[in-house]
Design a protein around this ligand. Structure first.
Ligand SMILES: *[C@@H]1O[C@H](CO)[C@@H](O)[C@H](O)[C@H]1NC(C)=O
Ligand SMILES: *[C@@H]1O[C@H](CO)[C@@H](O)[C@H](O)[C@H]1NC(C)=O
Ligand SMILES: *[C@@H]1O[C@H](CO)[C@@H](O)[C@H](O)[C@H]1NC(C)=O
Ligand SMILES: *[C@@H]1O[C@H](CO)[C@@H](O)[C@H](O)[C@H]1NC(C)=O
Ligand SMILES: *[C@@H]1O[C@H](CO)[C@@H](O)[C@H](O)[C@H]1NC(C)=O
Ligand SMILES: *[C@@H]1O[C@H](CO)[C@@H](O)[C@H](O)[C@H]1NC(C)=O
Length: 489
C-alpha cells in the first residue's frame, strides 16, 4: 500500500564541478521546499469525534464475515496536504489508552435489544407501525454494498450542482467549469434490494435531539459537506441551519458544528487524519519532526464521546511519504521506532481505535459506522507523479478494477470482528471502484476563464459534489432506517 516515493539522493563527487554544484543547489532547494510544505500542515491533526447515540441493535446487515478476500494492491492514495490553520479547540491532555487485549469476550448483543428501542422522543416517525417495520426489514434484507450504479436522471442529483453553500471550492466541480454532468445522475442499486428513497425530512426526524459526527480526513469532510447539502434539501427555511460558530467550511479548520434548529440536532465534522495521535519530536540539534503514536487515540477523542452517531474513516494519509517510510516516525509509549512498517503501524492504529471504541462508547446509546476506503483513480502515475483522471465521464462498469479490495480494508474488517461494540462497516470500497468519472480532476478549483488548464496536478481521490459521497450518506440513511426498525421489533 505504500506508494514509495523514490527519493533520489544526490551523489557527491570529490571535485565539485559546475553541474554538481548546480544539482546540489537544486537538491537543497527541493529539500527545503519539501520541509516547508510538510511543516505547513497542521502538525496536530486531530479529529475529535464524539459518538452519539442512536440505538445499536444487532443488525443483520452489519459485518458479514468476509469470505472472498482477494487481496489487491491498493491502487493509490491521496495526497492532500491540508494546510492547517490549527485547531485551537483541543485541549491536549495526555490521556492514553492502553491497548491490551484482556477482555474481549464477545458480549453478544442480545441484551441490547430491549432498552434501546424508542426511536425518537415521542414523534410519529414515518415507520412506526409494525407493518412498516417488517416491510423495511424485508426491503433491506440484502448486501447493500454489492450492486451496481444505474442512471436515474429523474431523481438525481439530490441537490442541484452549485446550489449548496457548504460545498467547498475543491469539490464544487460544476462551478469550477466542469461541463459534463452525467456523473451526478447515478444511483447506487444493491443487487438484492432497493435502497429506501432518500428523505431529508425523515432523516432529520431520526436525528432529532441527536448529534451526528463525522471524524476523519478530507475524504470525510467531502462526505460531511455532502450530508449537509442533502439534509438542507429538507428545510423550507434554509436559514434554520447554520454553523454555530459562524465558520465557513475550509480545509484549514478542524471542527465544524451545524445546527438544524427545527430538529434540535447537529451534524459535525472533526478532523483526524489517522484516528491516533500525532505529535512532534523536538530534535537535539534543533528543529522538530512529526511523530505518530499508534498506541494512543487521537486527542480529539473527547468530542467523539459526545456524539450519538459517529462515522469514522482513515486511510489516505497512510501512504504519504513520511507515513509510508516510517523512519523515526511511529511511536509506542515513549519509544520512537527508527524504522517501522507502515502496514503494521496501520493495523495497530486501527486496533487502538477499536479498543478505544469498546471502552468508551455505549452500544445502548450510540451508533458507530466505519466508512470504508474510498478508491482513487489515477492513471499514468500517482497523485504526486502526474497521475490523471480528467476526461473520464462514465463509470467503469466491468473489469477487474471493480474487485480491488485493499489490504487496509481487510485490516479494518479484522479489527471490527474483534470488537465488542457492533460497529457497522459502510463497505463503500467496491462502489467507489466503479466511479472513475466522479473525481474533481482539474476542476478542484475555478478554471473557467482560464485559457489553458494545467493538467498536471489532478485530484483523483476526492469527489465532486453532488456525487459519490451522496450515495454513502444514502447508505447511512438506509442503515438508520433498518437499525431503528430492528430496535422496534
Ligand atoms: C466488503 O466488500 C468487499 C468487496 O466487495 C468484500 O470482499 C468484503 O467481504 C465486504 N466486507 C464485508 C464485511 O461485508
Ligand atoms: C460468501 O459466503 C457465502 C456463504 O458462506 C456464500 O454463499 C457466498 O457465495 C460467498 N461469496 C463469495 C464471493 O465467495
Ligand atoms: C420507551 O417507551 C416506553 C413507553 O412507550 C417507556 O416506558 C420507556 O422508558 C422508553 N424507553 C426509552 C429508552 O426511552
Ligand atoms: C402522532 O400522531 C397522532 C395521530 O396520528 C397525532 O394525534 C399526534 O399529534 C402525532 N404526534 C406528533 C408528535 O406528531
Ligand atoms: C435538544 O437536544 C438535547 C440533546 O442533544 C437535549 O438535551 C435538549 O433537551 C433538547 N432540547 C429541546 C428543546 O428539545
Ligand atoms: C469562476 O471564474 C469565472 C471567471 O473568472 C467567474 O466568472 C466565476 O464567477 C467564478 N466562479 C466561482 C464559483 O467563483
Amino acid at each position: 500500500m505504500a506508494s514509495s516515493s523514490s527519493s533520489s539522493s544526490s551523489s557527491h563527487k570529490n571535485r565539485p564541478s559546475v553541474s554538481t554544484l548546480f544539482f546540489l543547489t537544486l537538491f537543497l532547494l527541493s529539500a527545503f521546499l519539501f520541509i516547508f510544505f510538510f511543516r505547513n500542515r497542521d502538525p496536530a491533526l486531530t479529529l475529535r469525534s464524539d459518538l452519539l447515540l442512536l440505538h445499536p441493535p444487532p443488525l443483520s446487515i452489519h459485518v458479514h464475515p468476509p469470505n472472498n478476500t482477494q487481496t489487491q494492491p491498493e491502487t493509490e492514495t491521496e495526497p492532500e496536504a491540508e494546510s492547517a490553520v490549527a485547531t485551537p479547540t483541543d485541549t491536549d491532555t495526555d490521556t492514553k489508552i492502553s491497548v491490551d487485549n484482556t477482555d474481549d469476550t464477545q458480549a453478544e448483543s442480545d441484551a441490547q435489544d430491549e432498552n434501546t428501542v424508542n426511536g425518537s422522543n415521542g414523534d410519529n416517525d414515518s415507520s412506526d407501525t409494525d407493518d412498516e417495520v417488517g416491510a423495511v426489514k424485508k426491503q433491506l434484507d440484502c448486501d447493500l454494498y454489492s450492486g451496481t450504479w444505474v442512471k436515474d436522471e429523474g431523481n438525481y442529483p439530490i441537490y442541484k450542482p452549485s446550489s449548496c453553500p457548504y460545498v467547498d471550492e475543491a469539490y464544487d466541480c460544476q462551478a469550477n467549469g466542469r461541463k459534463d454532468s452525467d456523473y451526478t445522475k447515478w444511483r447506487w442499486k444493491p443487487h438484492g434490494c432497493d435502497l429506501p428513497r432518500f428523505s431529508p425530512t425523515d432523516f432529520l426526524k431520526r436525528l432529532r435531539g441527536k448529534r451526528l459526527m463525522l471524524v476523519g480526513d478530507s475524504m470525510n469532510r467531502n462526505q460531511f459537506e455532502s450530508i449537509l447539502c442533502m439534509l438542507r434539501e429538507g428545510l423550507q427555511d434554509k436559514t434554520k441551519m447554520y454553523e454555530i460558530h459562524g465558520y465557513k467550511i475550509t480545509k484549514g479548520r478542524g471542527y465544524f458544528v451545524f445546527k438544524f434548529e427545527d430538529y434540535n440536532c447537529t451534524v459535525e465534522f472533526v478532523r483526524s487524519h489517522f484516528l491516533v495521535r500525532e505529535g512532534v519530536r523536538v530534535k537535539a540539534q534543533g528543529g522538530s519532526n512529526p511523530t505518530l503514536s499508534i498506541d494512543r487515540i487521537d486527542k480529539t477523542f473527547r468530542r467523539w464521546k459526545k456524539a450519538d452517531i459517529l462515522v469514522f474513516n482513515t486511510g489516505h494519509w497512510w501512504t504519504h511519504g513520511k507515513t509510508a517510510r516510517g523512519v523515526n516516525y511511529y511511536k509506542e509509549g515513549d519509544q520512537l521506532y527508527p524504522k517501522f512498517d507502515a502496514v503494521e503501524a496501520y493495523r495497530r492504529a486501527i486496533k487502538t481505535w477499536a479498543k478505544w471504541i469498546d471502552h468508551n462508547i455505549n452500544p445502548k446509546k450510540q451508533i458507530v459506522y466505519y466508512r470504508g476506503y474510498s478508491s482513487a483513480h489515477f492513471r499514468g502515475g500517482d497523485w504526486d507523479s502526474g497521475g490523471s483522471c480528467n476526461g473520464e465521464i462514465e463509470p467503469v462498469l466491468s473489469g477487474s478494477i471493480l474487485d480491488n479490495y485493499p489490504l487496509k480494508m481487510k485490516i479494518v474488517e479484522e479489527a471490527i470482528q474483534g470488537m465488542k461494540f457492533p460497529v457497522t462497516l459502510l463497505n463503500v470500497t467496491r462502489m467507489t471502484n466503479f466511479r472513475k468519472d466522479g473525481h474533481p480532476s482539474v476542476y478542484g478549483r475555478n478554471v473557467t476563464g482560464l485559457k489553458r488548464v494545467s493538467t498536471r496536478r489532478q485530484d483523483c481521490s476526492h469527489w465532486c459534489l453532488p456525487g459519490v459521497p451522496d450515495a454513502w450518506n444514502e447508505l447511512i440513511y438506509a442503515n438508520l432506517v433498518l437499525q431503528q426498525a430492528n430496535s422496534r421489533s
